[in-house]
Design a protein around this ligand. Structure first.
Ligand SMILES: [Cu+2]
Length: 246
């Protein structure tokens, strides 16, 4: 686990396309997770429903089961750009180093998904008409943990040919700084990455490729643009997860 440089100032992150690696992960079904109640020896369970940000059309659902020093994360996400990598993180407040790095107020509080009005917040990475990464983080908190393939590798999942991500990984229950993730009920999940073009009124809008892997005309891929967000919710006892499936 590498320590982050506390003195680093926040800046937008753009990762090179070359780092994107194809992967295929199986989804541990929500049915299998059903009934694993909080506080028993099966672990503590949280559910998350991902709603679209920036009119992305991206939705998703999943679970995080915490057992000791590990979390097992299951996410099933639809509507992402096919064949491209999508950054995914657990976001939250309360890690002083991360709060500083991301230019956020300190102090533990609940992660929230940003309202549409967040796009008007002054920010170095503001994008006309869209909620930027930092504007979202003012509500959702710092990137506490990469939801990466095989933990710590910073290799994120790609959308498949139909724009779906099925993510299942068991990860350390630590931030990327090696600090315990704390109360997951205070954390949220964000998914990032979309093609953006200039809309009719000059605002930027998300556009989708018609041929997977080929950028739409006059668009750029912004890999940290928030496209979906959800708050983790603790499950006390056997949720009706099947009703959450679309
Ligand atoms: Cu994120």
């Amino acid at each position: 686990m590498t320590q982050r440089d506390c003195s680093r100032t926040w800046k937008p992150r753009v990762e090179p396309l070359e780092s994107r690696t194809l992967l295929s992960v199986g989804l541990h079904s929500l049915r299998a997770a059903h009934g694993r109640g909080r506080g028993n020896n099966q672990g503590q369970m949280f559910v998350v429903t991902l709603d679209p940000l920036n009119n992305s059309g991206v939705t998703g659902q999943g679970t995080i089961i915490r057992k000791g020093s590990k979390i097992t994360v299951n996410l099933d996400i639809s509507g992402v750009e096919p064949e491209l990598m999508h950054l995914m993180h657990i976001h939250g407040f309360g890690d002083p180093m991360l709060d500083q790095e991301f230019g956020l107020p300190t102090g533990d509080k609940a992660s929230q998904c940003p309202p549409a009005s967040a796009s008007a917040t002054p920010s170095a990475d503001a994008i006309p008409g869209l909620i930027s990464d930092h504007q979202s983080e003012l509500f959702s908190g710092a990137e506490m943990k990469d939801l990466a393939i095989k933990d710590e590798t910073r290799i994120f999942p790609r959308g498949d040919a139909s724009g779906r991500i099925r993510y299942r990984e068991t990860l350390k229950a630590e931030t990327d700084n090696g600090v315990d993730l704390g109360d997951l009920a205070l954390r949220g999940v964000e998914v990032h990455g979309a093609y953006v073009a200039i809309g009719a009124n000059g605002d930027r809008v998300i556009v989708h490729s018609t041929t997977p892997g080929v950028a739409p005309l006059n668009s750029v891929y912004i890999d940290n643009l928030p496209i979906a967000c959800g708050k983790l919710q603790a499950v006390s006892n056997g949720p009706d997860l099947q009703s959450r499936r679309s």
